[in-house]
Design a binder for this molecule. Sequence first.
Ligand SMILES: [Zn+2]
Length: 409
Amino acid sequence: MTKVDAFLTNCRIADGRLVDIGITGGKIAAVGEGAASSSNSAPALDIRGDLVLPGLVDGHMHLDKTLTGLPWMGHAAGPSRMSRIETDKTILPHLPMSTEERAGNLIRECVARGTTHLRTHVDIDLESGLAKLAGVLAARERYRDQVTVQIVAFPQSGVMRCPGVLDLLDAAVRNGADVVGGIDPLEIDRDPKGQLDGIFGIAARHGVGVDIHLHEPGEMGLFNVQEICARTKALGLAGKVTISHGFCLGGVTERKAAEAAETMAEADVALVTHGAGGLTMPPIEMLRTAGVLVFAGNDDIRDTWSPYGTGDLLERAAMIGWKGDFRRDPQVEVAFELISAAGAQALGIGDYGITVGAAANLFTVPASCVSEAVAAHPPRKLVLFDGKIVARDGLFLAAPISIASEASA
Ligand SMILES: [Zn+2]
């Protein structure tokens, strides 16, 4: 057996087995019953039968909008999406905390709750240019030893209705954004061909993926699902395109939703959901059965768009399960898959899972099985990133510590 730096012993894993997990150089080197007993030198940290699960993947959030770390501010926007877009422009530039600081505050909250990978959208608009991207890039660099951050250049205010935004999106991708975003090509821009040709053009030129906020209801949304899938196929972007929300899929007849699911599966276009309050939810089980990759994220966390949330993905999975009427264990396990393996696949994270060869990104939680962890979402005891402890007892650690030093503490 490979030399092991340290063991986590008495770990309950998702299949119910009680195993020891050996970690070497930030990777999982052994998973097995009694694996630690074959080594008499490596330090061992007893997990005492708690559940050990792979680090969580937040597939959709907005680090640049959060108010986390500031004194409480009541929700200021009106009831419409356009009001929230405009309110951002009056509030965010005048906060007493920079984008980098606020993004960092939220990253720490997420890591403390077991998130090891996240995809954040960052507003790119004429008023703020690339400033918010710079703030989130700085936060990503600061926390590179605790979490991976994938950035979507997000045209929150629209693309074609704001001439100059397409150039800014291109510049954002050249300056560190990983994915190009879009938003409601009909409802916001009234020019679906213009917006979709523009953003897919950027993706094709730079070899990056696309992630489009699609709030549009009914037939309007379905039209854009078809247009997105057609461009994904034409440009060879299978597996690199995500539809965020896709509320339309939950608001049309079953036959039309099934047709759209078939089109998405054929084009390999994924869907990310957060189980939005007050809006239709896409039919998750039907989409998965059709072969669509469905994953999940928290979306807005205590920010200018929503006062709710803490960054806890297990709680988010419980909300999605509650909204989707998932009651039996295999259904609750689906809710967990949305915030773990499915998210990892969508974000292109290859070395994922509690398995030999994967990165040692994981957390421990006092629960007997995955369904209990989702339903009760108790505080995470330990969170590991790259084999080091980055959070303990629900609190983020100022600097990662080794398993060996924790074992001897
Ligand atoms: Zn969003």
